[in-house]
Design a binder for this molecule. Structure first.
Ligand code: ATP
Ligand code: MG
Length: 586
């Protein structure tokens, strides 16, 4: 190892205003002390479901930190649990990581290392550090003891090395039924840390594996496979969530006892299999999970919503999966902003969902062009314009950023306005359109309501107005002030659209909290999806799928990535312009 002074600072050391959380602090120290010259991390999801918003935190840390320090991050599929895993999820995970803006150095699978894990286990047995146990899973549980009582040694614990070796080879050869034998680490049945009470290393499971097929009747346990995968990939900092804190002693035990770097034959095997890596001694560091209010972040429960048909799939915009949020119109930038703002700590907490929504708003405010749409239409007729009147008005695409350019918006005698922008009996402080009242039509001028037409049921079906010609742009009265400005879409030019209005999936902040005797399923917000028919200005209808817009005064919307077509537009509401939940809970 070089001395600290001999170590050149890595080229991409973050600026002084870079995040200074405890993990980055450790990494800086490891670089400046010369402990490591490059930073290597991994993101290790289990391909048994799609990723959710909680995983975004791990992704942003694993990939983000590697990038900040000019290192790299592997995407490692932790596929040690065959049967629950599915290639569909593998593809989904890859997609989602890329969507968030990250690229992996190598794509690995824990199953790439099955042979090395197996041979390393043989070494452990030879070194007297592991033994084959014949206790059944129930018996093992019984022998394990409790938090307050030590466990008992298995009667098979003192089996000879030769016998364990032979039995383990026969386990691998598929000679024994599922669950009849286990390879266990010989550590300490009296340890205060339950994870250290002779944990299982291998179990027998005759299940077809998505990558290795029927080659293996035995599968390594997570704790064993995970840390050794880190060593094999040369991972320097193995970042994980707090629930693994109690597993860290076991992580270190396996790393030390297996001591992979001292087995050149295993490295050679890896190299021949196409996995060239430099070993490292990884350090596990834990951070707190991301929990969001009004959300569930459990793959099992998300899968239940899908399997029971309570949502329209993993990418239903109500779901807090990354693909759900994507389809809903949330941005990767907004999600990354949330993670950055929250920082990293070891403190568990529930973050208000409004903070995520605000980050998404902030990102979309800067990045989404403006358009006009009407989602609850009421007809407005301008009686002092001729029937055939038609104009093309120039609108800027972004009020704060000229680089977005401008577009032409058709204007004519008949328009759609939002029903709620007209009130026959206006409440106090109502500054929009009312009988005999005036309002500014965005980009057009001031109209005055001169007549209200009603349908047979008494509801307002049309409002008739006159347009003050002096108030039009370029005219002397263009600056005349009226209190309200409303948006509109030309009825003759507007394109009918399906608008899906999404809202939070649950109607209580902590759906998982079952202390009131209600299951989380009962807290599903029935209004989380509402479909309405609206009208779009032509330039909005022409959007490519996944184009996001601010529909003026309504919120941020996205052209549905699967269902939208220019002739039959479908837009999803990502988020309203303001937080509508704050006043409800206040
Ligand atoms: P679940 O409990 O939903 O099944 P998991 O932790 O089992 O999630 P994995 O696929 O094993 O899911 O997770 C991959 C990585 O993502 C792990 O390193 C895990 O610590 C991290 N992770 C999972 N959930 C969160 C979360 N809510 N916040 C931060 N990191 C998370
Ligand atoms: Mg897990």
């Amino acid at each position: 190892m070089s001395t600290p002074t001999a170590v050149a600072k890595p080229a991409a050391t973050p600026e002084n205003d870079a995040p200074r959380d405890f993990i980055r602090q450790i990494i800086r120290e490891d670089l400046s002390s010369g402990k490591h010259t490059a930073i290597r991390t991994r993101f290790p999801p289990e391909p048994n479901g799609y990723l959710h918003v909680g995983h975004a935190k791990a992704i942003c840390l694993d990939f983000g930190i590697a990038r900040e320090f000019a290192g790299w991050c592997n995407l490692r599929l932790d596929d040690t649990n065959p049967g629950k895993e599915d290639p569909e999820f593998v593809e989904g995970i890859k997609d989602d990581v890329r969507w968030l803006g990250y690229e992996w150095h190598d794509l690995r699978h824990a199953s790439d290392y099955f042979e090395v894990f197996y041979r390393a286990a043989l070494k452990l047995i030879q070194d007297g550090q592991a033994y084959v146990d014949d206790l059944s899973p129930e018996e093992m549980r019984e022998y394990r003891g409790t938090l307050t009582e030590p466990g008992r040694n298995s009667p098979y614990r003192d089996r000879s090395v030769e016998e364990s070796l032979s039995l383990f080879r026969r386990m691998r050869a598929g000679e024994f039924p599922d669950g009849s034998k286990t390879l266990r680490a010989r550590i300490d049945m009296a340890s205060g840390n339950m994870n250290m009470r002779d944990p299982a290393i291998y179990r027998i499971r005759t299940v077809t594996h998505q990558n290795t097929g029927d080659e293996w009747p035995i599968y390594p346990m997570y704790d064993y496979a995970h840390c050794l995968s880190d060593v094999l990939e040369g991972i320097t900092h193995s970042l994980c969530t707090l629930e693994f804190e109690d597993h860290r002693p076991l992580y270190d035990w396996f790393v030390d006892k297996v001591d992979l770097p001292s087995h050149p034959e295993l490295w050679e095997h890896m190299r021949q299999a196409g996995f060239h890596t430099e070993p490292a001694k990884p350090r596990q560091i834990e951070f707190s999970r991301l929990n969001l209010s009004y959300c569930i972040t459990s793959k099992r429960k998300l899968a239940q919503l899908v399997n029971e048909g309570l949502v329209d799939g993993w990418d239903d915009p109500r779901m807090n999966t990354l693909r759900g949020l994507r389809r809903r119109g949330f941005t990767p930038g907004g999600i990354r902003l949330l993670i950055e703002r929250l920082g990293v700590s070891k403190q568990n907490s529930v973050i208000d969902y409004a903070i995520l929504e605000n980050c998404v708003r902030e990102d979309l405010d800067a990045s989404a062009p403006r358009r006009m749409a009407v989602i609850d239409p009421l007809r407005l007729v301008i009686t002092n314009l001729p029937d055939a009147h038609e104009e093309s008005l120039s609108f800027s695409n972004h009020p704060k950023d000229e680089s977005f350019g401008s577009r032409q918006v058709p204007f004519s005698r008949e328009l759609w306005i939002e029903r709620e922008d007209f009130a026959e009996v206006p409440p106090k402080g109502f500054h929009r359109l009312k009988p005999e009242g005036e309002v500014r039509l965005r980009g057009v001028g001031i109209v005055k309501c001169v007549e209200v037409i009603k349908a047979a049921d008494g509801s307002v079906s049309e409002v008739r107005c006159t347009l003050d010609p002096e108030s039009r742009s370029g005219m002397p009265g263009a600056d005349r002030k009226v209190k309200g400005t409303i948006h509109w879409v030309s009825a003759r030019h507007g394109v009918a659209a399906e608008i899906r209005l999404y809202d939070r999936q649950f109607n209580v902040p902590t759906p998982d909290d079952e202390s009131d005797g209600k299951s989380w399923i009962e807290h599903i917000n029935p209004d989380a999806k509402r479909i309405v028919r609206g009208w779009l200005e032509p330039a909005a209808a022409a959007a490519a799928p996944e184009q996001r817009y601010q529909f003026e005064r309504l919120g941020y919307f996205v052209a549905d990535r699967l269902d939208h077509r220019a002739e039959v537009p479908v837009f999803n509401r990502a988020v309203t312009l303001r937080d509508t939940w704050a006043k409800q809970s206040a």
